[in-house]
Design a protein around this ligand. Structure first.
Ligand code: CP3
Length: 340
């Protein structure tokens, strides 16, 4: 079995597997070359291009997994939201969901039809990858996707989204129920097309305290994970600034809990328990450090993680200006230090 999938199941592995969130992206010159000619949404909608940029970091870095090139917001487009990416500023939704009527207007989605290019990308990548390198599919978790649907763009305090949550909980819960259906269908279709693991990104969950997470988010994430569990592929549950939420995220679901760099991995493991693997958690900014310092930080993550049930990753995505040779050095070092 592929090393990354074995680690996700807490089985013994010949070395600790490593991949990086946002391993395809602007820090890679070959990705920038594609982006000069195509927008992000064009790449996502063109299977040959999306497959090419999915494979770029696998070739360049020697990572132990590929992650599908797509975006967490693609599934809201067929639901009726007008998505674009403003230059350098991230996603913008022209008609954000601001109340009960807007939720009621959201379209039911046949993901096999509406997201056919993404599913075709999965098939293309699967055909190109060596059997030892699994393809990770992904979706946003319901909370993080809901935040974008409501705010219409990246947000610091989620004022609009939280106001809806507090003022009109029935509408909030209805929106999340609808997202769980579409995101679940989308994940199932990715696995049917060949994805061998799934990561759910709840990138903004750390904006909630544990009570609000439990009340407004956890039941929805749990329904999604309960459905995906029947697929029998490893499920990774990731969020940022989730230091106060790790136990709750574990309870919501996932075989692997993704941890950001703010919580030392030994402490995270202590709290998550022995029934789960962990993924993480080098600070993405550590990749900018001089190599000796970077190596010390990689060693520290590995020492805290222990030998089994660890997938090495960053605590969040690779940043655009990251030196490529440092990313490659981390892959080699993880393999070298953990080869058993
Ligand atoms: O290599 C990979 O990780 C796969 C591809 C991937 C993208 N988006 C492509 C992308 C993945 C896994 C995502 C997930 C995603 N998208 C998340 C969750 C992960 C996270 O970062 O917390 C979120 C919140 C989004 C929404 C999104 N898309 C934002 C906030 C931005 C702008 C941020 C930025 O870096 O500019 C995007 C744009 C985006 N999605 C880029 C890429 C490679 C930036 C690139 C570009 O313009 O070419």
């Amino acid at each position: 079995m592929a090393v990354m999938l074995a680690a996700a199941r807490r089985q013994p592995v010949p070395h600790t597997p490593v991949w990086f969130m946002r391993q395809a992206g602007r820090y890679l010159p070959e990705y920038r070359a594609v982006r000069e000619r195509h927008s992000l949404l064009e790449i996502c909608a063109t299977p040959s291009l999306a497959a090419e940029v999915t494979l770029q970091p696998v070739r360049r870095l020697g990572v132990d997994a590929a992650i599908l090139f797509a975006d967490i917001l693609l599934p809201v487009v067929p639901m009726g939201l007008e998505l674009s990416f403003a230059n350098g500023e991230g996603p913008v939704i022209a008609n954000p969901v601001r109340g009960a009527a807007a939720v009621a207007r959201l379209a039911r989605v046949d993901v096999r039809d509406a997201l056919a290019p993404v599913l075709e990308t999965v098939r293309l990548v699967r055909r190109e990858l060596e059997p030892a390198t699994p393809l990770i599919g992904f979706a946003g978790a319901p909370f993080t996707v809901a935040c974008y649907c409501i705010e219409g763009r990246s947000s610091r305090h989620f004022v609009t989204a939280k106001r809806l949550m507090y003022e009109d909980p029935a509408t909030w819960h209805e929106l999340l129920r609808r997202l769980v259906t579409v995101l679940g269908d989308y994940c199932v279709a990715q696995v049917e097309a060949g994805a061998q693991a799934l990561q759910l990104f709840d990138s903004w969950a750390g904006g909630l305290n544990p009570d609000d997470y439990s009340c407004y988010v956890l039941p929805h994430s749990r329904r999604l994970f309960d459905r995906l569990r029947t697929l029998a592929v490893p499920l990774i549950h990731f969020g940022v600034e989730t230091g106060t939420l790790l136990e709750l995220m574990r309870d919501a679901g996932g075989d692997v809990i993704g941890v950001d760099w703010r919580v030392p991995l030994d402490q995270a493991r202590e709290r998550i328990g022995t029934e789960h693997a962990v993924q993480g958690n080098l600070d993405p900014v550590a990749l900018f450090a001089p190599l000796p310092e970077l190596r010390a930080k990689v060693r520290d993550v590995l020492r805290r993680a222990g030998d089994t049930g660890h997938i090495f990753n960053l605590g969040h995505g690779v940043l655009p200006e990251t030196p490529v040779d440092h990313v490659r050095a981390v892959v080699d070092l993880v393999h070298e230090l953990t080869s058993r």
